[in-house]
Design a protein around this ligand. Structure first.
Ligand code: GLU
Length: 293
């Protein structure tokens, strides 16, 4: 019997699907189909400050126009906050998470004091001030305690062997923000486990989150799925194509053209007819990315 497979595509409704996000959608769909598995769609609207109303429907219509149909009704993160709260409480109880009362200014000052202002992707590495307690400050956010965590090593089905020292390179990352919003890292780990996801296939821009997610899975005693990060589509300026830098929405009137473009990024041969395209690519996908390293 084939090993069970559950995959997912997890768009944030901050913009319509574009050529870049379609690569991840198509790859995750093909991988699920090539393994006789299920493919789920999860709307990642946990950060309501970034989501635009109606875009969930736009994305669902775009996927349907491309022939990428979810095997179950889509799950919405905005409806799952009790699950994230439960996971956070568990992490606090086991000593893996702690409340933090520091403002950005407090963090800047502490880092300056230690002589180590070293932003990472524009983010300051938290100096660990509240790890030993809030010292009368009110709790603003909750953080994962990375202290003492050894460097992580894992296998990516496309990128090969990966490693990251989260304590050193990322620091104590946020699980729940000062505005009460749960962080992507926590929500994605809780949901992947709750939905039984065995294989995460997503864009390479997200690869850097994997180590944090594995730490959370271990702390919560959840299984770690397999990971496959897909190639990024670069815009004319050489930057990753993203909603933020104005990527064009997919033209649902020409689904074959959009699919052919995404397939080319995945090294799949171009197709002339929409009806044959997906089945031919499923066949081409078989054996492309091994699931057992
Ligand atoms: N919601 C994330 C995004 O749209 C993807 C999360 C994931 O696949 O893990 O960038």
């Amino acid at each position: 019997m084939a090993p069970p497979y559950i995959g997912r595509f997890a768009p944030s409704p901050t913009g319509p699907l574009h050529a870049g996000s379609l690569v991840a959608a198509l790859a995750s769909w093909l991988d699920a189909r090539a393994h006789g598995g299920q493919w789920l769609v999860r709307i990642e609207d946990v950060d309501s400050t970034r989501c635009l109303p109606g875009l969930d429907q736009t994305i669902r219509q775009q996927l349907a126009a491309l022939g990428l149909h979810s095997d179950q009704p889509p799950v919405y993160q905005s409806q799952r906050t009790p699950l994230y709260q439960q996971a956070l409480s568990e992490l606090v109880a086991s000593g893996h998470a702690y409340p933090c009362g520091c403002s950005r200014r407090d963090i800047e000052l502490a880092l300056q004091h230690n002589g180590q202002v070293k932003p990472r992707h524009g983010e300051l590495i938290y100096p660990g001030t509240c790890r030993k307690g809030l010292q009368d400050k009110p709790a603003r956010a909750w953080r994962f305690n990375t202290q003492g965590q050894p460097p992580l090593h894992w296998h990516d089905r496309r990128l090969g062997e990966q490693s990251q020292d989260v304590a050193l390179d990322v620091g104590d990352f946020i699980l729940k923000r000062a505005d009460g919003c749960f962080a992507y890292q926590l929500a994605v780990v809780v949901d992947d486990a709750a939905q039984g996801v065995t294989d995460v296939v997503r864009g390479q821009d997200l690869a850097d989150n994997t180590a944090r997610q594995i730490l959370l899975q271990r702390a919560l005693h959840l299984p770690t799925p397999r990971y496959l990060h897909t190639p990024l589509v670069l815009g004319p300026n050489g930057e990753k194509l993203s909603k933020q830098n104005g990527a064009q929405a997919l033209d649902s009137a020409h689904p074959l053209a959009a699919l052919n473009q995404a397939a080319a990024m995945l090294g799949l041969a171009g197709q002339h007819a929409l009806a044959d395209a997906l089945p031919n690519w499923v066949a081409q996908w078989q054996g492309l990315y091994n699931r057992s390293p």
